[in-house]
Every structure is written in structure tokens, then in C-alpha cells.
Design a binder for this molecule. Structure first.
Ligand SMILES: [Zn+2]
Length: 409
């Protein structure tokens, strides 16, 4: 079984290469914003929806009107349009908010689907004489199908290499996991083979993450005290200290993002190895309000990422992931006798079942219920739907300017 997989490595472009990449980012941003504005106007005035193929035909005309675009890698301009198309699709399927205009300070990317080569530690792309230095931290044995180069808000450059990887599904096992978003912990996972044989495990947020998070809050406070624009019309120029702290904050965001990603990779891999069937709760409803021990924007983003990781790793390994219906009362149902409470306050950590008298830890009980639903897979369960995953290519870096804005304010 072959699946698409993306490797990501740090790039170290020299001065000339940095200038070239930044120009390419600019061209892509221009095309993205041009078509976004056009789409908004077409919809407002003529009620016509964005159409990728129709827009693609306009690119040559656009180049006539804006000759500087002739210097752009034209395949990359098409990808920019494709990204806009994906942004609209994500919006329509309520996976994301309405697309934003791209700004110079947001993360940028240029994709190079063809005419690149990798030679030792160097990446060669069209129009650059010398190769760009790649910091490989692992060997790539597969043929690289296409690449994209990204610059994050911290200023660091990365290359994403898309490959096709051969996967052998894991041997089937007779085990089910139910995962609940913790109120206090990262998650509670209940895993087992049947209704009499299971274990619940609390997975706390790692200490290093909590520590970085505290640093983040401190730094954000310090930043807001430095001289800068307070409103849109404010003419105050940012002080050099403000800029310094802002860069520091971007770097810290990136550091936390990487720490978090490593942690999520470990937990998702362990879960996929350990269960044939995985049951998740509906993120849209719960993820937003639950995990308050970390800042909401970070915990929401990491929940989405964790779910995606579970889904694609499960897919690669021949495991199944299910989502319970969003109205399924996983917290309010007694996992011992099945009776359902009328009401359970969000702040209630524990509750006692009026019917059987058992006292439940809220999150453990919810994860047991998800586990019990998972046991019904293959039989009758109205609550479960197979969870779909977004194939490689649609994901961006995972954290956005939006997150940064929320954090800084
Ligand atoms: Zn009960």
C-alpha cells in the first residue's frame, strides 16, 4: 500500500537565495490576494461562486496586466490558486474560517512541483545557480515528487518534500480505544478488549509544554507594554524593543509548536499501535470549551492536529477511527448502568450516578463511554461515523497569524 507522505527539513538559504525566495513569496501572495478579492466581488455583485478552473484560465491575462509576474515560477502561481481553492473548500466544509488576505508578515510559501533536484545536502531549484543548503535530519530513500518552500513567521525557512511511501498494515488486534479531551489533562484514553476488560489512562500535558506556555504568557504581557500601534488608525511606530520582543515571541511560538507536535506524534503513534478501533468525540463542540489548562487557541489547534495524526496513521496502518455523533452525551452517561443525567455542569469534575450510586471522574467516565461505543463497531451503533482525514497537501504549518494575534492580545 503506497501513501503520500511529507518530509520537512530546515533550509539555510544565502543572501541571494533569500532575496529570490522572498520575491517568489510576494508573487504568490499577489495572486492569492488578487483571486480572493475577485472571488469576494464576484460573489457580492453577481452571486457567482469561486471556480478554480475558470480562475486558472485568467493567470496568463494577469501576467499581461502585471508584467512582474513573468518572473514568477508559473506552476507555483497555480499552486497558490489551488491553495485558495482549498481554503474555500475548508471554509465550506466548516473546517476553517473564511480565507484571509495574505500579508507579508504571515507565513509564506512557494511550491515547486517540477525541475528541482537534490544533490547531497543541496536543493537545486530553477533560476538559482547554487543549491540551497538543506539540514537533513534523516535520510530520504523515496523519490521526491514535489517540493514547497515555506517561511514561518519567525523567519525560518523550511522545505516540504512530498514522497510516496510504502506501508505495510499492522497485524489486526482485538482492541478498542476511546479518547476524551481532558478538562485538566491532555486526554483520557480507555483501551481494552471487552466491556469487562479495559484500563483508563490519563495523559497529562507534558511539563515542558506547561513551562513554555507560562513563558509565552509572560512574554506576551511584556510585548504589549512596548511602544506600538494600539488601533488600526494609530500612527505610532513600533519601538525597536517591540520588534525585538515580537521576534522573540514568534520564535517561542514555533518552539512550542514543535514541542507540541512531537508530543502529539508520540501519543498518536502509541494509540494507533495499541488499538484496532479508535473512537473520538466530536471536536467542534467540545474541543473549543474544554481544555483550559493551556491557552484555548493552542489547545484547539493541537486537538485538531492530534485528530488528524490519529486518522492518517490509522489509515496507513489499517486501523479504523470513528467519531461519535455530536449529540451523544459521553460525559453525562453513566458508564456503569447507562442512565443519562439531565444536566452536568462543565465545572463538575466528579459526579455520582443517582441510579447505581457509582462516583465517576468526569473525563474517565466519558472515555469509557467512547470505548464502549467502539466495541459496537461492526455491530449496531447509531452514534458512530467513520472519521475522514484530509490527505497530504492541504495542511499548512498548523499555526497561523490568527493564533499569534490571539496570544499577543
Ligand atoms: Zn449508574
Amino acid at each position: 500500500m503506497t501513501k503520500q507522505y511529507t518530509y520537512r527539513f530546515r533550509l539555510e538559504p544565502n543572501k541571494e537565495q533569500t532575496a529570490y525566495l522572498n520575491k517568489q513569496f510576494g508573487y504568490n501572495r499577489f495572486v492569492y490576494n488578487f483571486f480572493l478579492e475577485r472571488a469576494i466581488n464576484l460573489y457580492k455583485i453577481h452571486n457567482i461562486k469561486f471556480n478554480y478552473y475558470e480562475s486558472k484560465k485568467i493567470i496568463p491575462l494577469l501576467k499581461k496586466g502585471f508584467p512582474f509576474l513573468k518572473l514568477a515560477n508559473s506552476q507555483s502561481l497555480q499552486t497558490s490558486l489551488k491553495n485558495l481553492d482549498a481554503a474555500f473548500r475548508n471554509f465550506l466544509s466548516s473546517r476553517a474560517k473564511f480565507p484571509n488576505f495574505k500579508k507579508k508578515l504571515s507565513s509564506n510559501s512557494v511550491s515547486i512541483p517540477q525541475y528541482f533536484s537534490i544533490n547531497g545536502n543541496f536543493l537545486h531549484i530553477p533560476k538559482l545557480e547554487k543549491g540551497i543548503k538543506v539540514k537533513f535530519h534523516r535520510k530520504v530513500y523515496e523519490t521526491v515528487k514535489s517540493i514547497s518552500i515555506t517561511q514561518l513567521t519567525s523567519g525560518k525557512y523550511y522545505v516540504n518534500m512530498l514522497v510516496e511511501k510504502e506501508f505495510t498494515p499492522l497485524l489486526k488486534i482485538n482492541k478498542v480505544s476511546g479518547i476524551d479531551v481532558g478538562l485538566k489533562d491532555f486526554a483520557v484514553i480507555t483501551a481494552g478488549t471487552d466491556a469487562d476488560n479495559y484500563n483508563s489512562l490519563k495523559i497529562s500535558n507534558p511539563k515542558y509544554l506547561v513551562k513554555s506556555q507560562k513563558q509565552l504568557i509572560k512574554l506576551s504581557r511584556q510585548l504589549s507594554k512596548k511602544r506600538h500601534k494600539r488601533t488600526k488608525t494609530d500612527k505610532t511606530s513600533p519601538s525597536s524593543n517591540y520588534i525585538k520582543f515580537k521576534n522573540k515571541l514568534s520564535k517561542l511560538h514555533e518552539h512550542i509548536f514543535n514541542q507540541r507536535k512531537d508530543f502529539l506524534h508520540k501519543v498518536s503513534l502509541r494509540t494507533v499501535n495499541d488499538s484496532q478501533v479508535i473512537v473520538l468525540e466530536d471536536l467542534n463542540i467540545k474541543g473549543m470549551v474544554k481544555n483550559r489548562s493551556l491557552s484555548p487557541s493552542i489547545s484547539d489547534a493541537s486537538w485538531g492536529m492530534f485528530n488528524d495524526m490519529l486518522k492518517y496513521k490509522a489509515d496507513w496502518n489499517g486501523r479504523q477511527v470513528y467519531k461519535v455523533d455530536r449529540f451523544y452525551p459521553s460525559s453525562k452517561t453513566c458508564s456503569n448502568c447507562g442512565s443519562v443525567l439531565q444536566d452536568l455542569k462543565l465545572s463538575a469534575r466528579e459526579w455520582t450516578c443517582p441510579d447505581c450510586g457509582i462516583t465517576h471522574d468526569r473525563d474517565v467516565n466519558a472515555s469509557i463511554n467512547l470505548f464502549l461505543e467502539g466495541l459496537k463497531v461492526g455491530g449496531e451503533s447509531a452514534e458512530l461515523t467513520p472519521a475522514e482525514y484530509a490527505p497530504a497537501g492541504i495542511h499548512n504549518t498548523g499555526y497561523s497569524r490568527h493564533t499569534l494575534k490571539q496570544e499577543a492580545s
